[in-house]
Design a protein around this ligand. Structure first.
Ligand SMILES: Cc1cc2nc3c(=O)[nH]c(=O)nc-3n(C[C@H](O)[C@H](O)[C@H](O)COP(=O)(O)OP(=O)(O)OC[C@H]3O[C@@H](n4cnc5c(N)ncnc54)[C@H](O)[C@@H]3O)c2cc1C
Ligand code: FES
Length: 613
């Protein structure tokens, strides 16, 4: 029987919220090759170089690395690659071609493998990030892991395991050894082609009566559910989501607004079935009784839990003025919102209220290829992103939009809507001016989806976020919380309580919460990393904190720059565009507990490109 339940009455970021306060005054190694420890892909082939029966097409359940040392047996020394079942082996380069201490990708059997020679260890792993496929060779190597240059995911260089997010999968690890000056690799052809490795999941044990319940099927909820199984939990895993589809890649919604939801699912239906993860779709949690350990559902049913993870995310803020609920006044949070808005905006006059990342991505999408007849953006600052990225960067981004025909109305508040035939026909500004509109999009932040907990004993802070400790546990033992709604201690800020609306943070929280739910004691210790895409240009942002000065290195005019946000003498965050891996390097530096000084960036505006572990 299917574990997926669809209930017919389905219900329907504060991006950089953490920094939205913005520009406020802020008070080796010896070249010694070792044979790597390896665990073979080939079942029955105990060690490298031993033929056996291969597990074909079973990459989704492949090993998570580790294992026994390579035996003294040598690999085939054929000059061409040789194949045994699903395995392929061959020479990828000469020993002298290896990086002295670093990483380099090599062609192998029509694909690429990333060879890492680090701290005297040699390893070979997948060459592409499991998230969107960035070449990891261009990322940051530090402390046994490589950080992706695009959005900051991290992979262990020995096992290929994912250690920081976004992305859910690990990458393959391959066997590598040096024999008589030749560097040889052995790999599963399937893994080589897939380039990703999904960790094995435990099966449900019917004798285990524990029930771990997750409320919210977004990034955090999805990551928690699968991590529970990957960590060997064999009780019931129940994922409750009020949406009518399986968890999906929410950041895509404002970048590819017309994309079909089934194209952006994080995992297939079969995946959840194979992991015995029960997904209740179209079901809302309406309350939690922590005494009885019960979740009350919109269906009238209750679900008992032993441990609970709450990750209900944000919901778009409305303006709270008459007219903001009219049918052509849109927000974007779900695929249904995005798809319907994209269709409604075709060849229409669109007014975007708010210069948040979501509003600006929507404006970029609708002004590309003349999808909308016109796009006007209304902001309450002098340029977009002024609070989060500073005036100069915001100004340059505005110019980029203006080159595409987008109009901006700055320093303006919206005080009302004019109405015609039950629809908004214009947006009225505090100046008295009315801007004509067929379609209005609100991009004015999000509020946490936590009202349903009002009657529960789970505390919320004044803004409605749920405080948690470093293990993401609330003050109620066994009740965990993560993602957009969590108020959690940020390790790079000495444990300051923050709420951060980033996809990477949400996936990481789900993972860490699951580790702690399964009895481990793992603090949340990840550097926030955010990205946005505007007209195909990716801006990366990492770090955290209010700033009082911005120093820009590189070439802002040509959109190839690094912006350093400083608070006093210290750089607290960084944004980059066209300067990879500056953001990954800086994130890794923060991860290691180090920091940059303002003077260092004054001396060298491109220092983030040169940071070494
Ligand atoms: C359009 C858009 C674009 C974005 N782009 C980026 C980006 O480029 N980069 C980036 O880093 N971040 C981006 N974000 C932010 C990122 O998507 C969020 O930070 C992330 O989704 C938060 O994950 P979450 O699991 O906490 O919450 P969500 O992903 O919001 O998931 C929460 C889930 O819980 C469900 N739910 C809510 N209440 C209940 C209830 N009572 N019962 C059952 N289910 C419930 C919701 O319907 C939802 O499915 C974007 C967000 C949006 C909306
Ligand atoms: S492509 Fe690597 S983190 Fe996104």
């Amino acid at each position: 029987m299917s574990l997926l339940t669809r209930v017919s009455r389905a219900a329907g970021g504060a991006l950089l919220r953490a920094t939205a306060a913005g520009r406020h005054r802020c008070s080796k190694s010896q070249h010694h090759l070792q044979r790597v420890h390896s665990r073979l892909v080939c079942a029955g082939a105990g060690r490298m170089g031993v033929a056996g029966s291969c597990r074909r097409g079973n990459t989704e359940q492949d090993s998570d690395g580790g294992g026994s040392p390579v035996s003294g047996r040598k690999m085939s020394t054929h000059s061409n690659n040789s194949c045994i079942g699903d395995l392929v082996e061959g020479v990828i380069c000469q020993e002298d071609d290896l990086p002295k201490d670093g990483m380099k990708s090599f062609e192998f059997n029509g694909e690429k493998v990333l060879v890492v020679h680090h701290n005297g260890q040699l390893s070979a792993i997948g060459s592409k990030c499991s998230h969107y496929g960035a070449p990891l060779e261009n990322g940051t190597l530090c402390e046994g892991r490589v950080r992706c240059p695009w959005h900051g995911a991290c992979f262990n260089v020995t096992t290929g395991d994912i250690e920081d997010f976004p992305g859910l999968d690990s990458i393959p690890k391959y066997d590598i050894e040096v024999t008589e000056g030749q560097v040889k690799v052995r790999a599963s052809k399937t893994l080589l082609i897939n380039g990703k490795r999904t960790k094995a999941m435990a099966k449900r044990d019917p004798n285990n009566n524990s029930s771990y319940v997750i409320i919210g099927g977004g990034g955090a909820g999805a990551s928690c559910a699968e991590t529970l199984r990957q960590e060997g939990f064999t009780g019931r895993v129940i994922l409750i989501t009020q949406e009518s589809q399986l968890p999906y890649d929410r950041p895509k919604l404002s970048k590819a607004m017309d994309i079909a939801p089934e194209k952006i699912l994080l995992r297939s239906e079969g995946f959840y079935e194979s992991g015995d993860i029960e997904v209740l779709m179209g079901v809302s949690a309406e309350g939690v009784n922590t005494e009885e350990k019960m979740v009350h559902l919109s269906t009238g049913d209750t679900v008992a839990y032993e441990k609970l993870f709450i990750a209900t995310g944000g919901k778009p803020r409305r303006l709270g003025i008459a007219g903001d609920q009219l049918p052509n006044v849109w927000v974007v949070r779900s695929p249904q919102d995005a798809n319907a808005l994209a269709a409604a905006a075709a060849q229409k006059q669109v007014v975007v209220v708010g210069t948040s990342f979501i509003g600006m991505e929507v404006a970029a999408f609708l002004s590309t290829n003349d999808r909308a007849a016109s796009v006007t953006v209304i902001g309450n600052t002098s340029v977009p992103f002024e609070n989060s990225l500073g005036h100069a960067v915001g100004q340059r981004i505005q110019e980029m939009f203006e080159e595409k025909g987008v109009k901006f109305i700055a320093n303006s508040g919206v005080v009302g809507f004019s109405e015609s035939d039950g629809k908004a026909s214009g947006v009225t500004l505090d100046s008295g001016e009315t801007v004509e509109a067929d379609v209005v999009v609100l991009g004015v932040g999000v509020v946490p989806n936590t009202e349903f907990l009002e009657a529960s004993s789970i505390p919320r802070n004044q803004r409605g976020y749920i405080p948690v400790n470093e293990h993401l546990e609330t003050s109620i033992p066994g009740v965990f919380c993560g993602g957009d709604i969590a108020a959690f201690p940020l390790f790079i800020e000495g444990g300051e309580e923050v709420s951060i609306g980033h996809w990477q943070v949400a996936l990481g929280h789900g993972h860490t919460a699951a580790l702690n739910m399964t009895g481990q004691s793992v603090p949340v210790k990840s550097v926030p990393f955010f990205w946005t895409v505007l007209y195909g240009k990716s801006l990366r942002y990492t770090g955290y904190g209010k700033y009082d000065d911005v120093i820009i290195g590189g070439d802002l005019e040509n959109l190839s720059f690094i912006a350093y946000y400083c608070c006093g003498d210290k750089v607290v965050s960084l944004a980059s565009l066209g300067k990879d891996p500056a953001a990954a390097n800086y994130a890794e530096m923060l991860q290691q507990g180090k920091s940059l000084t303002k003077q260092q960036v004054i001396d060298d505006g491109e220092i983030a490109l040169k940071l070494k572990c």
